[in-house]
Design a protein around this ligand. Structure first.
Ligand SMILES: Nc1nc2c(ncn2[C@@H]2O[C@H](COP(=O)(O)OP(=O)(O)OP(=O)(O)O)[C@@H](O)[C@H]2O)c(=O)[nH]1
Ligand SMILES: [Mg+2]
Ligand SMILES: [Zn+2]
Length: 345
Protein backbone atom coordinates (compact mmCIF):
# COMPACT_ATOMS: atom_id res chain seq x y z
CA UNK A 1 0.00 0.00 0.00
CA UNK A 2 2.51 2.50 1.18
CA UNK A 3 4.57 2.49 -2.00
CA UNK A 4 1.97 4.65 -3.71
CA UNK A 5 2.41 7.41 -1.23
CA UNK A 6 5.37 8.95 -3.01
CA UNK A 7 3.81 9.10 -6.46
CA UNK A 8 3.01 12.60 -7.60
CA UNK A 9 -0.66 12.89 -8.50
CA UNK A 10 0.12 14.62 -11.76
CA UNK A 11 2.15 13.00 -14.47
CA UNK A 12 3.91 14.84 -17.27
CA UNK A 13 2.33 13.61 -20.44
CA UNK A 14 3.57 16.23 -22.91
CA UNK A 15 6.09 13.79 -24.33
CA UNK A 16 3.35 11.32 -25.12
CA UNK A 17 2.09 12.89 -28.32
CA UNK A 18 3.57 9.94 -30.15
CA UNK A 19 2.48 9.26 -33.74
CA UNK A 20 1.99 5.64 -32.72
CA UNK A 21 -0.93 6.29 -30.39
CA UNK A 22 -3.88 4.24 -31.53
CA UNK A 23 -1.94 2.53 -34.31
CA UNK A 24 -2.17 -1.13 -33.40
CA UNK A 25 0.04 -2.21 -36.32
CA UNK A 26 3.06 -0.90 -34.43
CA UNK A 27 4.85 -3.67 -32.58
CA UNK A 28 4.72 -2.88 -28.91
CA UNK A 29 7.91 -2.82 -26.99
CA UNK A 30 6.30 -1.60 -23.80
CA UNK A 31 4.00 -4.35 -22.81
CA UNK A 32 3.26 -5.71 -19.41
CA UNK A 33 0.71 -7.07 -16.96
CA UNK A 34 -1.24 -4.90 -14.56
CA UNK A 35 -0.43 -6.25 -11.13
CA UNK A 36 -1.98 -3.55 -8.99
CA UNK A 37 -4.43 -0.71 -9.27
CA UNK A 38 -4.90 1.93 -6.67
CA UNK A 39 -6.39 5.39 -6.90
CA UNK A 40 -5.97 5.72 -10.64
CA UNK A 41 -2.42 4.36 -10.72
CA UNK A 42 -1.68 1.05 -12.38
CA UNK A 43 1.46 -0.88 -11.56
CA UNK A 44 2.51 -2.67 -14.73
CA UNK A 45 5.00 -5.51 -14.50
CA UNK A 46 7.24 -5.92 -17.55
CA UNK A 47 9.99 -8.48 -18.01
CA UNK A 48 12.41 -6.45 -15.93
CA UNK A 49 10.66 -3.64 -14.02
CA UNK A 50 7.46 -2.24 -12.61
CA UNK A 51 6.11 0.88 -14.30
CA UNK A 52 3.47 3.01 -12.62
CA UNK A 53 1.02 4.08 -15.27
CA UNK A 54 -1.95 6.36 -15.66
CA UNK A 55 -4.69 5.71 -18.17
CA UNK A 56 -4.83 7.63 -21.42
CA UNK A 57 -7.94 9.74 -21.65
CA UNK A 58 -8.48 8.35 -25.14
CA UNK A 59 -8.70 4.84 -23.70
CA UNK A 60 -11.01 5.91 -20.93
CA UNK A 61 -13.34 7.66 -23.29
CA UNK A 62 -13.29 4.93 -25.85
CA UNK A 63 -14.26 2.31 -23.32
CA UNK A 64 -16.55 4.39 -21.18
CA UNK A 65 -18.23 6.63 -23.69
CA UNK A 66 -18.48 5.13 -27.13
CA UNK A 67 -20.94 7.83 -28.18
CA UNK A 68 -19.38 10.73 -26.28
CA UNK A 69 -19.70 13.89 -28.31
CA UNK A 70 -16.18 14.98 -29.17
CA UNK A 71 -15.39 18.43 -27.92
CA UNK A 72 -18.21 18.56 -25.43
CA UNK A 73 -16.73 19.86 -22.21
CA UNK A 74 -19.54 18.60 -20.03
CA UNK A 75 -19.17 15.07 -21.34
CA UNK A 76 -15.46 15.15 -20.66
CA UNK A 77 -15.91 16.15 -17.07
CA UNK A 78 -18.56 13.53 -16.53
CA UNK A 79 -16.42 10.81 -17.99
CA UNK A 80 -13.52 11.49 -15.67
CA UNK A 81 -15.80 11.41 -12.68
CA UNK A 82 -17.52 8.19 -13.69
CA UNK A 83 -14.38 6.36 -14.70
CA UNK A 84 -13.43 6.17 -11.04
CA UNK A 85 -16.40 3.98 -10.37
CA UNK A 86 -15.98 1.53 -13.18
CA UNK A 87 -12.53 0.89 -14.35
CA UNK A 88 -11.77 -0.17 -17.92
CA UNK A 89 -8.44 -1.74 -16.94
CA UNK A 90 -8.21 -4.59 -14.47
CA UNK A 91 -5.51 -6.40 -12.59
CA UNK A 92 -4.31 -9.20 -14.86
CA UNK A 93 -4.77 -7.19 -18.04
CA UNK A 94 -1.98 -7.20 -20.60
CA UNK A 95 -1.44 -3.60 -21.59
CA UNK A 96 0.67 -1.53 -23.94
CA UNK A 97 1.98 1.67 -22.46
CA UNK A 98 3.99 4.70 -23.42
CA UNK A 99 7.13 5.18 -21.39
CA UNK A 100 7.61 8.27 -19.27
CA UNK A 101 10.31 9.25 -16.85
CA UNK A 102 11.35 7.44 -13.69
CA UNK A 103 9.40 4.28 -14.41
CA UNK A 104 6.13 6.05 -15.03
CA UNK A 105 4.00 5.70 -18.11
CA UNK A 106 0.59 5.84 -19.67
CA UNK A 107 -1.49 2.87 -20.73
CA UNK A 108 -2.66 3.32 -24.27
CA UNK A 109 -4.08 -0.08 -25.11
CA UNK A 110 -5.52 -3.12 -23.42
CA UNK A 111 -4.72 -6.39 -25.19
CA UNK A 112 -7.63 -8.73 -25.95
CA UNK A 113 -8.66 -10.62 -22.82
CA UNK A 114 -8.81 -14.37 -22.41
CA UNK A 115 -11.51 -13.86 -19.82
CA UNK A 116 -12.60 -11.38 -17.20
CA UNK A 117 -14.08 -11.51 -13.75
CA UNK A 118 -16.61 -8.79 -13.15
CA UNK A 119 -19.64 -7.95 -11.13
CA UNK A 120 -22.47 -5.49 -11.38
CA UNK A 121 -21.32 -2.37 -9.61
CA UNK A 122 -23.00 -1.83 -6.25
CA UNK A 123 -25.36 1.02 -5.49
CA UNK A 124 -28.14 0.08 -7.91
CA UNK A 125 -25.95 0.73 -10.93
CA UNK A 126 -26.26 -1.44 -14.04
CA UNK A 127 -22.62 -0.93 -14.86
CA UNK A 128 -19.91 -3.50 -14.99
CA UNK A 129 -17.12 -3.47 -12.48
CA UNK A 130 -14.08 -5.40 -13.59
CA UNK A 131 -12.31 -7.29 -10.83
CA UNK A 132 -9.60 -9.12 -12.75
CA UNK A 133 -8.71 -10.35 -16.21
CA UNK A 134 -6.94 -13.35 -17.73
CA UNK A 135 -7.19 -15.68 -14.76
CA UNK A 136 -6.82 -19.46 -14.89
CA UNK A 137 -8.95 -20.16 -11.86
CA UNK A 138 -11.08 -18.57 -9.19
CA UNK A 139 -10.79 -19.70 -5.59
CA UNK A 140 -13.60 -18.49 -3.37
CA UNK A 141 -12.47 -18.60 0.24
CA UNK A 142 -14.88 -19.42 3.02
CA UNK A 143 -13.92 -19.49 6.67
CA UNK A 144 -15.31 -22.18 8.93
CA UNK A 145 -15.88 -19.55 11.64
CA UNK A 146 -15.11 -15.88 12.29
CA UNK A 147 -16.83 -15.01 10.01
CA UNK A 148 -19.31 -17.86 9.59
CA UNK A 149 -19.69 -19.21 6.06
CA UNK A 150 -21.94 -17.25 3.74
CA UNK A 151 -23.15 -20.03 1.45
CA UNK A 152 -25.15 -17.77 -0.78
CA UNK A 153 -22.14 -15.57 -1.41
CA UNK A 154 -20.14 -18.71 -2.23
CA UNK A 155 -22.76 -19.72 -4.77
CA UNK A 156 -22.59 -16.28 -6.32
CA UNK A 157 -18.81 -16.46 -6.61
CA UNK A 158 -19.03 -19.89 -8.19
CA UNK A 159 -21.74 -18.52 -10.45
CA UNK A 160 -19.38 -15.83 -11.71
CA UNK A 161 -16.82 -18.52 -12.48
CA UNK A 162 -19.38 -20.64 -14.34
CA UNK A 163 -20.63 -17.65 -16.28
CA UNK A 164 -17.11 -16.87 -17.50
CA UNK A 165 -16.24 -20.58 -17.84
CA UNK A 166 -13.33 -20.14 -15.47
CA UNK A 167 -12.41 -23.23 -13.43
CA UNK A 168 -13.07 -22.84 -9.71
CA UNK A 169 -11.94 -24.55 -6.54
CA UNK A 170 -13.09 -23.74 -3.01
CA UNK A 171 -10.92 -23.16 0.04
CA UNK A 172 -12.40 -23.74 3.48
CA UNK A 173 -10.05 -21.85 5.79
CA UNK A 174 -9.74 -21.58 9.59
CA UNK A 175 -10.14 -25.32 9.93
CA UNK A 176 -8.60 -24.98 13.40
CA UNK A 177 -11.79 -23.25 14.56
CA UNK A 178 -14.10 -26.04 13.39
CA UNK A 179 -14.81 -29.69 13.71
CA UNK A 180 -13.28 -31.47 10.72
CA UNK A 181 -16.21 -33.82 10.28
CA UNK A 182 -18.52 -30.83 10.10
CA UNK A 183 -16.25 -29.16 7.55
CA UNK A 184 -16.25 -32.13 5.22
CA UNK A 185 -19.99 -32.53 5.60
CA UNK A 186 -20.78 -28.93 4.67
CA UNK A 187 -18.46 -29.04 1.68
CA UNK A 188 -19.61 -32.45 0.49
CA UNK A 189 -22.19 -31.13 -1.97
CA UNK A 190 -19.58 -28.87 -3.60
CA UNK A 191 -17.14 -31.75 -3.94
CA UNK A 192 -19.92 -33.82 -5.48
CA UNK A 193 -20.42 -31.07 -8.08
CA UNK A 194 -16.79 -31.48 -9.10
CA UNK A 195 -15.28 -28.44 -7.38
CA UNK A 196 -11.94 -29.30 -5.79
CA UNK A 197 -12.05 -28.29 -2.10
CA UNK A 198 -9.00 -27.58 0.05
CA UNK A 199 -9.28 -27.45 3.83
CA UNK A 200 -6.74 -25.09 5.32
CA UNK A 201 -5.58 -23.43 8.49
CA UNK A 202 -2.68 -21.09 8.95
CA UNK A 203 -2.74 -22.03 12.64
CA UNK A 204 -2.50 -25.81 12.34
CA UNK A 205 -0.84 -25.83 8.91
CA UNK A 206 -3.58 -28.07 7.49
CA UNK A 207 -3.90 -28.22 3.72
CA UNK A 208 -0.73 -26.32 2.95
CA UNK A 209 0.65 -28.69 0.33
CA UNK A 210 -2.69 -29.31 -1.33
CA UNK A 211 -3.34 -25.58 -1.59
CA UNK A 212 0.13 -24.84 -2.85
CA UNK A 213 -0.19 -27.46 -5.57
CA UNK A 214 -3.50 -25.99 -6.63
CA UNK A 215 -1.94 -22.56 -7.09
CA UNK A 216 1.43 -23.40 -8.58
CA UNK A 217 1.93 -22.39 -12.19
CA UNK A 218 -1.48 -20.75 -12.55
CA UNK A 219 -3.02 -17.33 -12.23
CA UNK A 220 -5.59 -17.54 -9.47
CA UNK A 221 -8.03 -15.01 -8.09
CA UNK A 222 -8.85 -15.28 -4.38
CA UNK A 223 -12.33 -14.08 -3.60
CA UNK A 224 -14.41 -13.89 -0.47
CA UNK A 225 -15.73 -11.65 2.26
CA UNK A 226 -13.48 -9.65 4.54
CA UNK A 227 -11.74 -11.59 7.28
CA UNK A 228 -11.80 -15.11 5.83
CA UNK A 229 -8.01 -15.02 5.59
CA UNK A 230 -7.21 -14.37 1.92
CA UNK A 231 -4.13 -12.27 2.65
CA UNK A 232 -3.11 -14.45 5.61
CA UNK A 233 -3.15 -17.55 3.43
CA UNK A 234 -0.95 -15.88 0.85
CA UNK A 235 1.49 -14.71 3.51
CA UNK A 236 1.53 -18.23 4.88
CA UNK A 237 2.10 -19.90 1.51
CA UNK A 238 4.78 -17.47 0.43
CA UNK A 239 6.78 -16.19 3.38
CA UNK A 240 8.22 -12.72 2.94
CA UNK A 241 5.19 -11.12 1.30
CA UNK A 242 4.04 -9.12 4.33
CA UNK A 243 0.56 -8.44 2.99
CA UNK A 244 -1.49 -6.56 5.56
CA UNK A 245 -3.95 -8.65 7.53
CA UNK A 246 -6.50 -7.43 10.02
CA UNK A 247 -8.53 -8.58 13.00
CA UNK A 248 -12.15 -9.70 13.08
CA UNK A 249 -14.47 -7.10 14.58
CA UNK A 250 -15.78 -8.21 17.98
CA UNK A 251 -18.96 -6.24 17.37
CA UNK A 252 -19.93 -7.67 13.98
CA UNK A 253 -17.93 -10.91 13.77
CA UNK A 254 -16.83 -9.78 10.33
CA UNK A 255 -13.49 -8.75 8.91
CA UNK A 256 -12.37 -5.15 9.00
CA UNK A 257 -11.73 -4.64 5.26
CA UNK A 258 -7.98 -4.66 5.55
CA UNK A 259 -7.00 -5.19 1.91
CA UNK A 260 -7.99 -2.10 -0.01
CA UNK A 261 -7.03 -2.92 -3.57
CA UNK A 262 -6.45 -6.00 -5.66
CA UNK A 263 -2.87 -7.07 -6.05
CA UNK A 264 -1.39 -9.80 -8.18
CA UNK A 265 1.36 -11.54 -6.27
CA UNK A 266 3.97 -13.67 -8.03
CA UNK A 267 4.69 -17.03 -6.43
CA UNK A 268 8.34 -18.08 -6.25
CA UNK A 269 7.48 -21.50 -7.61
CA UNK A 270 5.56 -20.02 -10.56
CA UNK A 271 2.09 -18.60 -10.92
CA UNK A 272 0.26 -15.55 -9.61
CA UNK A 273 -2.41 -15.01 -7.01
CA UNK A 274 -4.74 -12.06 -6.99
CA UNK A 275 -5.52 -10.97 -3.43
CA UNK A 276 -8.73 -8.98 -3.44
CA UNK A 277 -10.41 -6.73 -0.92
CA UNK A 278 -13.25 -8.51 0.87
CA UNK A 279 -16.45 -8.61 -1.13
CA UNK A 280 -19.70 -8.18 0.73
CA UNK A 281 -22.06 -8.51 -2.20
CA UNK A 282 -21.66 -10.07 -5.56
CA UNK A 283 -24.24 -9.24 -8.14
CA UNK A 284 -23.88 -10.68 -11.58
CA UNK A 285 -23.36 -8.41 -14.50
CA UNK A 286 -25.62 -8.64 -17.50
CA UNK A 287 -26.90 -12.18 -17.14
CA UNK A 288 -30.14 -13.21 -18.87
CA UNK A 289 -32.44 -14.75 -16.23
CA UNK A 290 -32.93 -17.90 -18.31
CA UNK A 291 -29.19 -18.58 -18.11
CA UNK A 292 -29.07 -18.50 -14.31
CA UNK A 293 -29.84 -22.26 -13.94
CA UNK A 294 -26.68 -22.96 -15.95
CA UNK A 295 -24.60 -21.39 -13.17
CA UNK A 296 -25.64 -24.25 -10.90
CA UNK A 297 -23.66 -27.34 -11.83
CA UNK A 298 -25.86 -29.53 -9.67
CA UNK A 299 -28.88 -28.50 -11.76
CA UNK A 300 -27.33 -29.60 -15.04
CA UNK A 301 -28.27 -33.30 -14.96
CA UNK A 302 -31.93 -32.37 -14.41
CA UNK A 303 -32.51 -29.43 -16.73
CA UNK A 304 -33.51 -31.47 -19.79
CA UNK A 305 -36.16 -33.39 -17.88
CA UNK A 306 -38.43 -30.47 -16.98
CA UNK A 307 -41.82 -30.54 -18.68
CA UNK A 308 -41.41 -27.02 -20.07
CA UNK A 309 -38.36 -26.21 -22.07
CA UNK A 310 -38.31 -22.66 -20.67
CA UNK A 311 -38.99 -23.85 -17.11
CA UNK A 312 -37.88 -21.30 -14.51
CA UNK A 313 -37.74 -24.06 -11.87
CA UNK A 314 -39.75 -21.85 -9.55
CA UNK A 315 -43.47 -22.47 -10.01
CA UNK A 316 -43.95 -24.82 -12.97
CA UNK A 317 -45.48 -28.30 -12.61
CA UNK A 318 -43.33 -31.32 -13.47
CA UNK A 319 -40.10 -29.48 -12.80
CA UNK A 320 -37.18 -31.89 -12.61
CA UNK A 321 -35.05 -29.43 -10.63
CA UNK A 322 -37.65 -29.08 -7.89
CA UNK A 323 -38.12 -32.86 -7.92
CA UNK A 324 -34.36 -33.30 -7.50
CA UNK A 325 -34.39 -30.83 -4.66
CA UNK A 326 -37.23 -32.70 -2.94
CA UNK A 327 -35.44 -36.01 -3.45
CA UNK A 328 -32.28 -34.65 -1.81
CA UNK A 329 -30.26 -34.69 -5.04
CA UNK A 330 -29.91 -30.91 -4.96
CA UNK A 331 -29.05 -29.38 -1.58
CA UNK A 332 -31.90 -27.18 -0.25
CA UNK A 333 -29.39 -24.39 0.36
CA UNK A 334 -28.35 -24.43 -3.30
CA UNK A 335 -31.94 -24.24 -4.46
CA UNK A 336 -32.48 -21.31 -2.05
CA UNK A 337 -29.44 -19.64 -3.57
CA UNK A 338 -30.93 -20.11 -7.01
CA UNK A 339 -34.19 -18.45 -5.93
CA UNK A 340 -32.27 -15.49 -4.51
CA UNK A 341 -30.27 -15.16 -7.70
CA UNK A 342 -33.43 -15.18 -9.78
CA UNK A 343 -34.92 -12.51 -7.54
CA UNK A 344 -31.84 -10.35 -7.65
CA UNK A 345 -29.17 -11.48 -10.11
N1 LIG B 1 -7.80 -19.10 13.60
C1 LIG B 1 -7.44 -18.73 12.37
N2 LIG B 1 -7.36 -17.42 12.06
C2 LIG B 1 -7.02 -17.08 10.80
C3 LIG B 1 -6.70 -18.05 9.81
N3 LIG B 1 -6.41 -17.39 8.68
C4 LIG B 1 -6.54 -16.08 8.93
N4 LIG B 1 -6.89 -15.88 10.22
C5 LIG B 1 -7.12 -14.58 10.88
O1 LIG B 1 -8.24 -13.96 10.29
C6 LIG B 1 -8.09 -12.53 10.35
C7 LIG B 1 -8.36 -11.93 8.99
O2 LIG B 1 -7.35 -12.32 8.09
P1 LIG B 1 -7.02 -11.52 6.74
O3 LIG B 1 -5.97 -12.32 6.05
O4 LIG B 1 -6.76 -10.11 7.00
O5 LIG B 1 -8.42 -11.67 5.96
P2 LIG B 1 -8.76 -11.16 4.49
O6 LIG B 1 -9.66 -12.21 3.91
O7 LIG B 1 -7.53 -10.85 3.73
O8 LIG B 1 -9.62 -9.86 4.79
P3 LIG B 1 -9.78 -8.49 3.92
O9 LIG B 1 -8.45 -8.06 3.45
O10 LIG B 1 -10.40 -7.53 4.89
O11 LIG B 1 -10.72 -8.86 2.79
C8 LIG B 1 -6.69 -12.28 10.86
O12 LIG B 1 -6.79 -11.96 12.23
C9 LIG B 1 -5.98 -13.61 10.67
O13 LIG B 1 -4.96 -13.83 11.60
C10 LIG B 1 -6.76 -19.44 10.19
O14 LIG B 1 -6.52 -20.36 9.42
N5 LIG B 1 -7.14 -19.70 11.47
MG1 LIG C 1 -6.86 -9.13 2.85
ZN1 LIG D 1 -37.76 -26.92 -14.01
Amino acid sequence: MGEHGGIAPTFLFSHLSSPFIGDSSVIASNEGTVIRHHLGHYAVQTADRVVVCALSSRLRKQLEYPQAAPGSRRQRVQSVRRVRVIDPVAVGDRVIFNDGEDNTGMIREVCPRRNKVSRRASGGSQKEQLLAANVDQIVPIVSAREPDPDWHLLDRMLGIAEWQRIPAAVCLNKLDLADETWAHRVMQSYEAMGYPVVYTSIVSGAGKDAFFNLLCGRTTLFMGPSGVGKSSLLNYLQPGLHLRTGPISKATGEGTHTTTHTELVALDKGGFVGDMPGVREFYLYDIPPEDIPLLFRDFHPHLAACRFRDCSHIHEPNCAVKAARNAGKIAPQRYESYLKLRERP
